[in-house]
Design a binder for this molecule. Structure first.
Ligand code: FAD
Length: 434
Protein backbone atom coordinates (compact mmCIF):
# COMPACT_ATOMS: atom_id res chain seq x y z
CA UNK A 1 0.00 0.00 0.00
CA UNK A 2 1.29 3.47 -0.90
CA UNK A 3 0.51 6.42 1.38
CA UNK A 4 0.86 9.94 -0.03
CA UNK A 5 0.75 13.11 2.04
CA UNK A 6 -1.39 16.17 1.17
CA UNK A 7 -2.33 17.16 -2.35
CA UNK A 8 -5.16 18.35 -4.54
CA UNK A 9 -7.86 16.01 -5.86
CA UNK A 10 -9.36 17.08 -9.19
CA UNK A 11 -12.24 15.49 -11.09
CA UNK A 12 -11.49 14.51 -14.72
CA UNK A 13 -12.91 17.78 -16.10
CA UNK A 14 -11.41 19.94 -13.29
CA UNK A 15 -14.86 21.07 -12.11
CA UNK A 16 -14.48 19.60 -8.62
CA UNK A 17 -11.31 20.24 -6.58
CA UNK A 18 -10.44 19.43 -2.98
CA UNK A 19 -7.34 19.44 -0.81
CA UNK A 20 -6.70 16.17 0.96
CA UNK A 21 -4.36 15.22 3.81
CA UNK A 22 -3.74 11.54 3.05
CA UNK A 23 -4.14 9.49 -0.12
CA UNK A 24 -3.85 5.71 -0.09
CA UNK A 25 -3.23 3.55 -3.14
CA UNK A 26 -4.26 0.06 -2.20
CA UNK A 27 -3.66 -3.32 -3.79
CA UNK A 28 -5.32 -5.77 -1.38
CA UNK A 29 -8.60 -6.33 0.42
CA UNK A 30 -6.69 -6.36 3.72
CA UNK A 31 -5.25 -2.86 3.00
CA UNK A 32 -8.74 -1.65 2.19
CA UNK A 33 -10.14 -2.98 5.45
CA UNK A 34 -7.28 -1.45 7.43
CA UNK A 35 -7.56 2.09 6.01
CA UNK A 36 -11.34 2.10 6.29
CA UNK A 37 -11.22 0.88 9.91
CA UNK A 38 -8.58 3.40 10.96
CA UNK A 39 -10.05 6.50 9.28
CA UNK A 40 -12.62 8.82 10.79
CA UNK A 41 -13.86 10.05 7.41
CA UNK A 42 -12.89 8.45 4.13
CA UNK A 43 -13.86 8.53 0.44
CA UNK A 44 -12.73 6.20 -2.31
CA UNK A 45 -12.66 7.05 -5.97
CA UNK A 46 -12.22 5.50 -9.41
CA UNK A 47 -11.32 7.51 -12.50
CA UNK A 48 -13.06 10.64 -11.13
CA UNK A 49 -15.46 10.89 -14.07
CA UNK A 50 -18.62 11.68 -12.13
CA UNK A 51 -20.04 15.19 -12.50
CA UNK A 52 -21.73 14.77 -9.11
CA UNK A 53 -19.55 15.69 -6.11
CA UNK A 54 -19.61 12.18 -4.61
CA UNK A 55 -16.06 10.87 -4.78
CA UNK A 56 -13.90 13.19 -2.64
CA UNK A 57 -14.21 16.14 -0.22
CA UNK A 58 -12.74 14.62 2.96
CA UNK A 59 -9.21 14.47 4.41
CA UNK A 60 -8.54 10.79 3.67
CA UNK A 61 -8.94 9.36 0.20
CA UNK A 62 -8.41 5.95 -1.39
CA UNK A 63 -7.47 5.66 -5.05
CA UNK A 64 -9.14 2.42 -6.14
CA UNK A 65 -7.49 2.27 -9.59
CA UNK A 66 -4.50 0.32 -8.21
CA UNK A 67 -6.90 -2.36 -6.98
CA UNK A 68 -7.51 -3.65 -10.47
CA UNK A 69 -6.84 -7.35 -10.96
CA UNK A 70 -8.99 -9.83 -12.78
CA UNK A 71 -9.10 -12.65 -10.23
CA UNK A 72 -10.86 -15.67 -11.74
CA UNK A 73 -13.23 -17.14 -14.30
CA UNK A 74 -15.82 -19.86 -13.83
CA UNK A 75 -16.34 -21.43 -17.25
CA UNK A 76 -19.39 -23.46 -16.24
CA UNK A 77 -21.24 -20.59 -14.59
CA UNK A 78 -19.87 -18.11 -17.18
CA UNK A 79 -18.78 -15.66 -14.49
CA UNK A 80 -15.77 -13.42 -14.05
CA UNK A 81 -14.50 -12.03 -10.74
CA UNK A 82 -12.41 -8.85 -10.53
CA UNK A 83 -11.24 -6.25 -8.04
CA UNK A 84 -13.47 -3.20 -8.06
CA UNK A 85 -10.83 -0.72 -9.30
CA UNK A 86 -10.48 -2.50 -12.66
CA UNK A 87 -11.08 -0.26 -15.66
CA UNK A 88 -14.24 -1.31 -17.49
CA UNK A 89 -12.46 -1.54 -20.87
CA UNK A 90 -9.90 -3.99 -19.42
CA UNK A 91 -12.68 -6.09 -17.91
CA UNK A 92 -14.63 -6.13 -21.17
CA UNK A 93 -11.58 -7.18 -23.17
CA UNK A 94 -11.01 -10.05 -20.75
CA UNK A 95 -14.67 -11.04 -21.05
CA UNK A 96 -14.60 -10.89 -24.88
CA UNK A 97 -11.44 -13.00 -25.00
CA UNK A 98 -13.47 -15.77 -23.32
CA UNK A 99 -16.17 -15.45 -26.01
CA UNK A 100 -18.54 -13.84 -23.49
CA UNK A 101 -20.22 -10.48 -23.07
CA UNK A 102 -22.16 -8.32 -20.61
CA UNK A 103 -25.33 -7.60 -22.61
CA UNK A 104 -25.87 -3.93 -21.69
CA UNK A 105 -22.97 -1.47 -21.65
CA UNK A 106 -22.50 2.25 -20.97
CA UNK A 107 -21.00 4.49 -23.64
CA UNK A 108 -17.67 4.81 -21.83
CA UNK A 109 -14.92 2.28 -21.08
CA UNK A 110 -12.51 4.34 -18.98
CA UNK A 111 -14.50 4.23 -15.71
CA UNK A 112 -13.81 1.78 -12.88
CA UNK A 113 -16.13 -1.07 -12.09
CA UNK A 114 -16.71 0.16 -8.52
CA UNK A 115 -17.50 3.71 -9.68
CA UNK A 116 -19.84 2.41 -12.38
CA UNK A 117 -21.81 0.19 -9.99
CA UNK A 118 -22.01 2.79 -7.21
CA UNK A 119 -23.68 5.36 -9.47
CA UNK A 120 -26.09 3.08 -11.34
CA UNK A 121 -24.24 3.23 -14.65
CA UNK A 122 -26.23 1.77 -17.53
CA UNK A 123 -26.45 1.35 -21.28
CA UNK A 124 -29.55 0.80 -23.38
CA UNK A 125 -32.01 -2.02 -24.11
CA UNK A 126 -31.05 -3.98 -21.00
CA UNK A 127 -30.49 -3.54 -17.29
CA UNK A 128 -28.13 -1.43 -15.19
CA UNK A 129 -24.59 -2.81 -15.11
CA UNK A 130 -25.06 -3.63 -11.40
CA UNK A 131 -27.88 -6.06 -12.25
CA UNK A 132 -25.37 -8.46 -13.82
CA UNK A 133 -23.49 -8.81 -10.51
CA UNK A 134 -24.05 -12.22 -8.90
CA UNK A 135 -21.78 -11.81 -5.91
CA UNK A 136 -19.60 -9.17 -4.30
CA UNK A 137 -17.64 -8.44 -1.17
CA UNK A 138 -17.99 -5.15 0.63
CA UNK A 139 -15.95 -3.45 3.35
CA UNK A 140 -18.18 -1.78 5.93
CA UNK A 141 -17.36 1.34 7.96
CA UNK A 142 -15.99 -0.72 10.89
CA UNK A 143 -13.55 -2.49 8.55
CA UNK A 144 -15.41 -5.81 8.48
CA UNK A 145 -15.82 -7.65 5.21
CA UNK A 146 -19.03 -9.28 4.03
CA UNK A 147 -19.66 -11.46 1.00
CA UNK A 148 -23.03 -10.79 -0.54
CA UNK A 149 -24.66 -13.20 -2.99
CA UNK A 150 -27.66 -12.62 -5.24
CA UNK A 151 -29.81 -14.38 -2.63
CA UNK A 152 -28.76 -12.11 0.26
CA UNK A 153 -31.49 -9.61 1.26
CA UNK A 154 -28.80 -6.86 1.25
CA UNK A 155 -28.14 -7.24 -2.47
CA UNK A 156 -30.97 -4.96 -3.60
CA UNK A 157 -29.61 -2.14 -1.43
CA UNK A 158 -25.96 -2.72 -2.30
CA UNK A 159 -26.17 -2.95 -6.11
CA UNK A 160 -26.56 0.84 -6.47
CA UNK A 161 -25.33 2.39 -3.23
CA UNK A 162 -23.40 5.58 -4.07
CA UNK A 163 -20.42 4.35 -2.07
CA UNK A 164 -22.22 5.11 1.20
CA UNK A 165 -22.92 1.59 2.49
CA UNK A 166 -19.33 0.43 2.13
CA UNK A 167 -16.50 -0.09 -0.35
CA UNK A 168 -17.16 -2.74 -3.00
CA UNK A 169 -14.12 -4.99 -3.07
CA UNK A 170 -14.35 -8.11 -5.27
CA UNK A 171 -17.13 -8.36 -7.82
CA UNK A 172 -18.47 -11.33 -9.78
CA UNK A 173 -20.35 -10.78 -13.03
CA UNK A 174 -22.63 -13.17 -14.85
CA UNK A 175 -21.79 -13.10 -18.55
CA UNK A 176 -23.58 -14.35 -21.65
CA UNK A 177 -22.23 -15.78 -24.90
CA UNK A 178 -20.92 -12.98 -27.11
CA UNK A 179 -23.10 -11.97 -30.05
CA UNK A 180 -22.76 -9.87 -33.18
CA UNK A 181 -24.91 -6.80 -33.59
CA UNK A 182 -25.93 -5.44 -37.00
CA UNK A 183 -26.17 -1.69 -36.42
CA UNK A 184 -28.06 0.78 -38.61
CA UNK A 185 -28.03 4.49 -37.88
CA UNK A 186 -29.64 7.53 -39.43
CA UNK A 187 -31.65 10.71 -38.92
CA UNK A 188 -35.38 10.76 -38.30
CA UNK A 189 -37.83 13.55 -37.63
CA UNK A 190 -39.19 13.75 -34.07
CA UNK A 191 -42.67 12.99 -35.40
CA UNK A 192 -41.33 9.66 -36.74
CA UNK A 193 -39.10 8.25 -33.97
CA UNK A 194 -41.12 9.29 -30.93
CA UNK A 195 -44.27 7.20 -31.65
CA UNK A 196 -42.17 4.19 -32.71
CA UNK A 197 -40.33 3.66 -29.40
CA UNK A 198 -42.42 0.83 -27.91
CA UNK A 199 -42.66 -1.06 -31.21
CA UNK A 200 -38.91 -0.79 -31.78
CA UNK A 201 -38.05 -1.90 -28.26
CA UNK A 202 -39.99 -5.10 -28.92
CA UNK A 203 -38.53 -5.66 -32.37
CA UNK A 204 -34.84 -4.80 -31.95
CA UNK A 205 -32.04 -5.89 -29.61
CA UNK A 206 -30.56 -2.40 -29.32
CA UNK A 207 -32.18 1.04 -29.50
CA UNK A 208 -30.63 4.41 -28.77
CA UNK A 209 -31.71 7.81 -29.99
CA UNK A 210 -29.44 10.81 -30.03
CA UNK A 211 -31.92 13.65 -29.88
CA UNK A 212 -30.79 16.83 -31.59
CA UNK A 213 -32.43 19.77 -29.79
CA UNK A 214 -33.41 22.82 -31.89
CA UNK A 215 -33.49 20.75 -35.12
CA UNK A 216 -36.72 18.69 -34.71
CA UNK A 217 -34.68 15.59 -35.43
CA UNK A 218 -33.19 12.60 -33.73
CA UNK A 219 -30.44 10.25 -34.86
CA UNK A 220 -31.72 6.71 -34.41
CA UNK A 221 -29.35 3.79 -33.73
CA UNK A 222 -30.86 0.32 -34.05
CA UNK A 223 -29.11 -3.01 -33.56
CA UNK A 224 -30.17 -6.59 -34.32
CA UNK A 225 -28.34 -9.78 -33.39
CA UNK A 226 -27.05 -11.58 -36.50
CA UNK A 227 -24.89 -14.54 -37.43
CA UNK A 228 -21.27 -13.28 -37.07
CA UNK A 229 -20.54 -14.44 -40.64
CA UNK A 230 -23.57 -12.74 -42.18
CA UNK A 231 -22.53 -10.26 -44.88
CA UNK A 232 -23.69 -6.70 -44.53
CA UNK A 233 -23.16 -3.61 -46.68
CA UNK A 234 -20.81 -1.71 -44.43
CA UNK A 235 -21.12 2.06 -44.58
CA UNK A 236 -19.23 4.11 -42.02
CA UNK A 237 -20.31 7.45 -43.52
CA UNK A 238 -18.02 10.27 -44.64
CA UNK A 239 -14.51 10.30 -43.10
CA UNK A 240 -15.00 13.77 -41.60
CA UNK A 241 -17.62 12.42 -39.16
CA UNK A 242 -14.80 11.66 -36.73
CA UNK A 243 -14.31 15.40 -36.23
CA UNK A 244 -17.79 15.92 -34.74
CA UNK A 245 -16.68 16.49 -31.15
CA UNK A 246 -13.95 18.96 -32.19
CA UNK A 247 -16.41 20.86 -34.41
CA UNK A 248 -18.93 20.99 -31.54
CA UNK A 249 -16.31 22.37 -29.20
CA UNK A 250 -15.48 25.16 -31.64
CA UNK A 251 -19.11 26.00 -32.49
CA UNK A 252 -20.16 26.07 -28.83
CA UNK A 253 -17.13 28.06 -27.68
CA UNK A 254 -19.11 31.23 -26.91
CA UNK A 255 -22.50 29.63 -26.30
CA UNK A 256 -22.25 30.41 -22.57
CA UNK A 257 -22.02 34.12 -23.45
CA UNK A 258 -24.64 34.01 -26.23
CA UNK A 259 -26.80 30.92 -25.48
CA UNK A 260 -28.92 31.46 -28.64
CA UNK A 261 -25.85 30.60 -30.72
CA UNK A 262 -26.45 27.00 -29.64
CA UNK A 263 -29.59 26.76 -31.77
CA UNK A 264 -27.64 27.83 -34.86
CA UNK A 265 -24.67 25.59 -34.02
CA UNK A 266 -27.02 22.61 -33.62
CA UNK A 267 -28.52 23.14 -37.08
CA UNK A 268 -25.02 23.20 -38.58
CA UNK A 269 -23.93 20.13 -36.62
CA UNK A 270 -27.08 18.27 -37.66
CA UNK A 271 -26.50 18.93 -41.36
CA UNK A 272 -22.79 18.12 -41.15
CA UNK A 273 -22.67 15.17 -38.78
CA UNK A 274 -26.09 13.62 -38.26
CA UNK A 275 -27.76 13.67 -41.68
CA UNK A 276 -26.04 10.65 -43.25
CA UNK A 277 -26.78 6.98 -42.69
CA UNK A 278 -24.39 4.35 -41.33
CA UNK A 279 -24.35 0.57 -41.24
CA UNK A 280 -21.85 -1.73 -39.52
CA UNK A 281 -21.53 -4.84 -37.36
CA UNK A 282 -19.56 -5.97 -34.32
CA UNK A 283 -19.90 -7.05 -30.72
CA UNK A 284 -21.92 -4.75 -28.45
CA UNK A 285 -18.65 -3.45 -26.98
CA UNK A 286 -16.87 -2.96 -30.30
CA UNK A 287 -19.83 -1.57 -32.25
CA UNK A 288 -21.48 0.75 -29.74
CA UNK A 289 -19.13 1.91 -26.96
CA UNK A 290 -17.08 5.10 -27.46
CA UNK A 291 -13.38 4.31 -26.97
CA UNK A 292 -11.92 7.81 -26.90
CA UNK A 293 -13.18 11.34 -26.37
CA UNK A 294 -11.20 14.37 -27.53
CA UNK A 295 -12.20 16.62 -24.65
CA UNK A 296 -13.96 16.71 -21.31
CA UNK A 297 -17.66 17.48 -20.87
CA UNK A 298 -20.17 18.00 -18.06
CA UNK A 299 -23.24 15.79 -17.86
CA UNK A 300 -26.65 15.46 -16.34
CA UNK A 301 -29.19 12.73 -17.02
CA UNK A 302 -32.79 12.17 -16.00
CA UNK A 303 -34.95 9.09 -16.09
CA UNK A 304 -38.69 8.71 -16.50
CA UNK A 305 -41.18 5.84 -16.91
CA UNK A 306 -41.53 4.62 -20.49
CA UNK A 307 -45.23 5.48 -20.59
CA UNK A 308 -44.66 9.06 -19.40
CA UNK A 309 -41.76 9.81 -21.75
CA UNK A 310 -43.68 11.24 -24.77
CA UNK A 311 -45.44 13.82 -22.57
CA UNK A 312 -42.23 14.78 -20.78
CA UNK A 313 -40.38 14.99 -24.09
CA UNK A 314 -42.97 17.36 -25.62
CA UNK A 315 -42.92 19.58 -22.53
CA UNK A 316 -39.15 19.69 -22.45
CA UNK A 317 -38.97 20.45 -26.15
CA UNK A 318 -41.45 23.32 -25.82
CA UNK A 319 -39.55 24.67 -22.81
CA UNK A 320 -36.14 24.71 -24.43
CA UNK A 321 -37.46 26.09 -27.71
CA UNK A 322 -38.71 29.23 -25.94
CA UNK A 323 -36.23 31.93 -26.83
CA UNK A 324 -37.23 33.75 -23.64
CA UNK A 325 -35.34 31.29 -21.45
CA UNK A 326 -31.67 30.51 -21.93
CA UNK A 327 -31.90 26.72 -21.93
CA UNK A 328 -30.30 26.06 -25.29
CA UNK A 329 -28.96 22.52 -25.24
CA UNK A 330 -25.82 21.20 -26.90
CA UNK A 331 -26.07 18.20 -29.22
CA UNK A 332 -26.95 15.40 -28.60
CA UNK A 333 -29.37 14.46 -25.82
CA UNK A 334 -28.87 10.74 -25.41
CA UNK A 335 -32.17 8.81 -25.13
CA UNK A 336 -31.77 5.23 -23.84
CA UNK A 337 -33.96 2.52 -22.39
CA UNK A 338 -33.51 0.44 -19.24
CA UNK A 339 -35.46 -2.55 -18.07
CA UNK A 340 -37.01 -2.74 -14.64
CA UNK A 341 -35.22 -4.29 -11.67
CA UNK A 342 -35.52 -4.51 -7.91
CA UNK A 343 -32.54 -2.48 -6.69
CA UNK A 344 -33.60 0.17 -4.19
CA UNK A 345 -31.76 3.15 -5.71
CA UNK A 346 -31.90 2.02 -9.31
CA UNK A 347 -33.61 4.40 -11.72
CA UNK A 348 -35.52 1.40 -13.01
CA UNK A 349 -36.80 0.12 -9.64
CA UNK A 350 -40.05 -1.72 -10.55
CA UNK A 351 -40.51 0.15 -13.84
CA UNK A 352 -39.13 0.19 -17.40
CA UNK A 353 -37.51 3.57 -17.90
CA UNK A 354 -36.30 6.02 -20.51
CA UNK A 355 -33.16 8.00 -19.71
CA UNK A 356 -32.35 11.36 -21.28
CA UNK A 357 -28.87 12.82 -21.09
CA UNK A 358 -27.95 16.49 -21.21
CA UNK A 359 -24.42 17.55 -22.11
CA UNK A 360 -22.47 20.78 -21.79
CA UNK A 361 -19.50 20.64 -24.16
CA UNK A 362 -17.94 23.50 -22.19
CA UNK A 363 -17.19 21.78 -18.89
CA UNK A 364 -15.61 24.92 -17.40
CA UNK A 365 -18.77 27.03 -17.82
CA UNK A 366 -21.23 24.33 -16.74
CA UNK A 367 -22.46 26.45 -13.78
CA UNK A 368 -23.98 28.92 -16.26
CA UNK A 369 -25.61 26.21 -18.41
CA UNK A 370 -29.32 26.86 -17.83
CA UNK A 371 -30.31 23.63 -19.61
CA UNK A 372 -29.29 21.55 -16.56
CA UNK A 373 -31.83 23.49 -14.48
CA UNK A 374 -34.63 23.31 -17.06
CA UNK A 375 -34.34 19.56 -17.61
CA UNK A 376 -34.34 18.99 -13.83
CA UNK A 377 -37.47 21.15 -13.41
CA UNK A 378 -39.42 19.30 -16.10
CA UNK A 379 -38.35 15.78 -15.08
CA UNK A 380 -38.88 16.38 -11.33
CA UNK A 381 -42.41 17.60 -12.06
CA UNK A 382 -43.20 14.15 -13.48
CA UNK A 383 -41.35 12.15 -10.78
CA UNK A 384 -38.18 11.68 -12.88
CA UNK A 385 -34.96 10.45 -11.25
CA UNK A 386 -31.47 11.96 -11.64
CA UNK A 387 -28.38 9.92 -12.57
CA UNK A 388 -26.35 9.55 -9.36
CA UNK A 389 -23.03 10.21 -11.08
CA UNK A 390 -24.14 13.30 -12.97
CA UNK A 391 -25.12 16.88 -12.12
CA UNK A 392 -28.39 17.59 -10.30
CA UNK A 393 -29.59 19.83 -7.48
CA UNK A 394 -32.33 17.66 -5.87
CA UNK A 395 -31.73 16.64 -2.26
CA UNK A 396 -33.37 14.49 0.42
CA UNK A 397 -36.73 16.35 0.28
CA UNK A 398 -37.15 15.60 -3.44
CA UNK A 399 -35.47 12.18 -3.46
CA UNK A 400 -37.80 10.78 -0.81
CA UNK A 401 -40.74 11.53 -3.12
CA UNK A 402 -39.29 9.81 -6.18
CA UNK A 403 -37.64 6.72 -4.64
CA UNK A 404 -40.07 4.39 -2.87
CA UNK A 405 -37.13 2.79 -1.01
CA UNK A 406 -35.33 6.03 -0.12
CA UNK A 407 -36.25 6.01 3.58
CA UNK A 408 -35.37 2.28 3.90
CA UNK A 409 -32.01 3.00 2.31
CA UNK A 410 -31.39 5.84 4.78
CA UNK A 411 -32.14 3.59 7.76
CA UNK A 412 -29.80 0.89 6.44
CA UNK A 413 -27.07 3.45 5.72
CA UNK A 414 -27.26 4.77 9.29
CA UNK A 415 -27.11 1.23 10.67
CA UNK A 416 -24.02 0.35 8.62
CA UNK A 417 -22.28 3.71 8.98
CA UNK A 418 -23.48 5.28 12.26
CA UNK A 419 -20.69 7.91 12.34
CA UNK A 420 -21.20 8.97 8.70
CA UNK A 421 -17.65 7.92 7.84
CA UNK A 422 -18.53 7.64 4.12
CA UNK A 423 -20.38 10.97 3.76
CA UNK A 424 -18.70 14.02 2.26
CA UNK A 425 -20.45 17.43 2.43
CA UNK A 426 -22.40 16.79 -0.81
CA UNK A 427 -23.62 13.35 0.28
CA UNK A 428 -24.47 14.68 3.76
CA UNK A 429 -26.90 17.10 2.09
CA UNK A 430 -28.35 14.33 -0.09
CA UNK A 431 -29.05 12.21 3.01
CA UNK A 432 -29.99 15.15 5.23
CA UNK A 433 -27.15 14.44 7.67
CA UNK A 434 -24.49 16.58 9.33
C1 FAD B 1 -17.90 10.84 -20.90
C2 FAD B 1 -18.77 10.11 -19.94
C3 FAD B 1 -19.65 9.15 -20.41
C4 FAD B 1 -20.48 8.48 -19.52
N1 FAD B 1 -21.34 7.55 -20.02
C5 FAD B 1 -22.22 6.96 -19.19
C6 FAD B 1 -23.16 6.02 -19.68
O1 FAD B 1 -23.16 5.68 -20.86
N2 FAD B 1 -24.06 5.51 -18.81
C7 FAD B 1 -24.07 5.86 -17.50
O2 FAD B 1 -24.94 5.39 -16.76
N3 FAD B 1 -23.16 6.71 -16.98
C8 FAD B 1 -22.24 7.26 -17.80
N4 FAD B 1 -21.31 8.12 -17.27
C9 FAD B 1 -21.25 8.33 -15.80
C10 FAD B 1 -20.19 7.41 -15.18
O3 FAD B 1 -20.42 6.07 -15.55
C11 FAD B 1 -20.24 7.50 -13.65
O4 FAD B 1 -20.05 8.84 -13.26
C12 FAD B 1 -19.20 6.61 -12.97
O5 FAD B 1 -19.42 6.62 -11.58
C13 FAD B 1 -17.76 7.04 -13.22
O6 FAD B 1 -16.89 6.04 -12.71
P1 FAD B 1 -15.53 6.46 -11.98
O7 FAD B 1 -14.65 5.26 -11.92
O8 FAD B 1 -14.97 7.67 -12.61
O9 FAD B 1 -16.10 6.77 -10.53
P2 FAD B 1 -15.81 8.06 -9.61
O10 FAD B 1 -16.42 9.25 -10.26
O11 FAD B 1 -14.38 8.13 -9.27
O12 FAD B 1 -16.67 7.67 -8.33
C14 FAD B 1 -18.07 7.64 -8.40
C15 FAD B 1 -18.67 7.12 -7.10
O13 FAD B 1 -18.36 5.74 -6.96
C16 FAD B 1 -17.84 5.50 -5.67
N5 FAD B 1 -16.93 4.36 -5.77
C17 FAD B 1 -15.80 4.25 -6.49
N6 FAD B 1 -15.26 3.03 -6.30
C18 FAD B 1 -16.08 2.38 -5.46
C19 FAD B 1 -16.07 1.08 -4.88
N7 FAD B 1 -15.09 0.22 -5.11
N8 FAD B 1 -17.08 0.73 -4.04
C20 FAD B 1 -18.09 1.60 -3.77
N9 FAD B 1 -18.15 2.84 -4.29
C21 FAD B 1 -17.16 3.22 -5.12
C22 FAD B 1 -17.12 6.79 -5.30
O14 FAD B 1 -16.93 6.91 -3.90
C23 FAD B 1 -18.12 7.79 -5.83
O15 FAD B 1 -19.18 7.94 -4.91
C24 FAD B 1 -20.45 8.79 -18.12
C25 FAD B 1 -19.54 9.75 -17.65
C26 FAD B 1 -18.70 10.39 -18.54
C27 FAD B 1 -17.74 11.42 -18.02
Amino acid sequence: MIKEKSGVWQSWNDNIKYNYKTLYKITSERDLQKVVKESEKIKFFGTKQSSADIASGVETLVDMTTYNKILSYDDDAMTITAQSGVILGDLLEAIESKGWCIPCLPDINTITLGGALATGTHGTSGKLLSEYVTECSIVFADGTLKRITAEDPLIDAVRVSLGVLGVLSEITFKCEPIYTLHVKEGPENDSEWLPKISERLKKHDFLRILWLPHTDNGYVIIGDKIDPDAEITENLGPKYLKHRRTASKVLYKYSHVYPWMTAIANKILFKAFFSSKKEHKGSLYQATVTKSRGSTIELSEWTIGLDKFPEVFEELKAEINKWSNKSFIHIPMDVRFIQKDSSWLSYAHSEDMVTMGCVSRNAATADTYEAFKSIEKVFLKYGGKPHWGKRFAAKDAELTKIYSKWEDFKVLRKELDPTNKFLNPYLAKIFNEK
